[in-house]
Design a protein around this ligand. Structure first.
Ligand SMILES: [Zn+2]
Length: 290
């Protein structure tokens, strides 16, 4: 396997899921993606990842665009959302599986190698480890978490299939995202291998947890960017909290880019997770655990 050194500027992506309003955890991941691409003179695309959301939720997409602009993040091109794309399997080796969820989770599925005409479509991944470049951690080796489902029994593409085919089609060369997705990386990398393609590089930024210790989500309304904005908190204050987690100077994110040669150094990105309180303030490290 050859490691590609990309001489051309990177292509990054802002890929929000329009299932809820953007929160501080999304801001951290998108800010890191933005800094990474911009400091290298690269391109950024915006793509709404709504493959699991059914029909596009136009009002949430609009609010997410507003939040990104409010944060000071821009993009070079908005690409078609997932729900408007098709996801052909091409020559991927696949098999049908009609096991229920409990059987699959228990590892009791024996469908691979059988000739089934019904059920979901799974990728027949090669057995064994894959390796990939994680820019903070270096060369990583991992084992895919079983054969991923590519198509639901309904024929609908899963997120795993959509995100890999989209990043390939969109020419994305670097993926910057939350640490909760690190575990999914070996499966995605194995899918690139099955397609005969090189994966992008990865950088995982710390997860932000709510006051309840759970990953920030739409149930933590006070950590939503629109809630902070409604309370009169400026974007500079958001970045003053978040940029130090990336090892970057606090302040407006555009200033970090202007005043610092390389504001995002993957080796300086903190591990986390970090916790935010009931009003969306970062709990100092060592206070409140995490
Ligand atoms: Zn099965």
């Amino acid at each position: 396997m050859s490691v590609s050194t990309s001489p051309s500027p990177p292509v990054g992506r802002l890929a929000p899921t329009p299932s809820g309003h953007l929160h501080l955890g999304n801001a951290l991941a998108f800010g890191a993606a933005w800094l990474s691409a911009r400091q290298a003179g690269g391109r950024l695309v915006l793509r709404f990842e709504d493959v699991d959301e059914g029909r596009a939720r136009a009002e949430i997409e609009a609010s997410q665009r507003d939040d990104l602009r409010w944060l000071g993040l821009d993009w070079d091109e908005e690409l078609p959302r997932q729900s408007s794309r098709t996801y052909p399997l091409g020559a991927l080796p696949t098999y049908r599986c009609d096991c229920n969820r409990a059987q699959r989770l228990a590892g009791a599925c024996r469908c691979r190698g059988e000739e089934k005409s019904e059920g979901r479509v799974c990728a027949a991944l090669p057995k064994g480890q894959v390796s990939f470049e994680e820019r903070a951690l270096g060369r990583c080796v991992g084992v895919p978490d079983g054969d991923p489902v590519l198509l639901q029994a309904s024929g609908a593409a899963t997120y795993t299939l959509a995100v890999v085919l989209d990043d390939l089609r969109d020419g994305v060369t670097e993926v910057v995202r939350g640490a909760d997705l690190l575990d999914a990386t070996p499966t995605q990398v194995a899918l690139y291998g099955l397609l005969g393609e090189a994966p992008p590089t990865y950088l995982h930024v710390p997860m932000l947890l709510g006051p309840d210790g759970k990953k920030l989500s739409k149930s933590h309304g006070s950590a939503e960017l629109r809630a902070l904005r409604a309370r009169g908190i400026p974007p500079e204050a958001v970045w003053a909290q978040l940029l130090p987690l990336l090892g970057a100077p606090p302040g407006p994110i555009a200033a970090a880019l202007r005043n610092t040669a390389a504001p995002l150094d993957p080796a300086a990105v903190l591990r986390g997770p970090f916790r935010v309180d009931e009003v969306g303030r970062l709990v100092p490290m060592g206070a409140g655990g995490g």
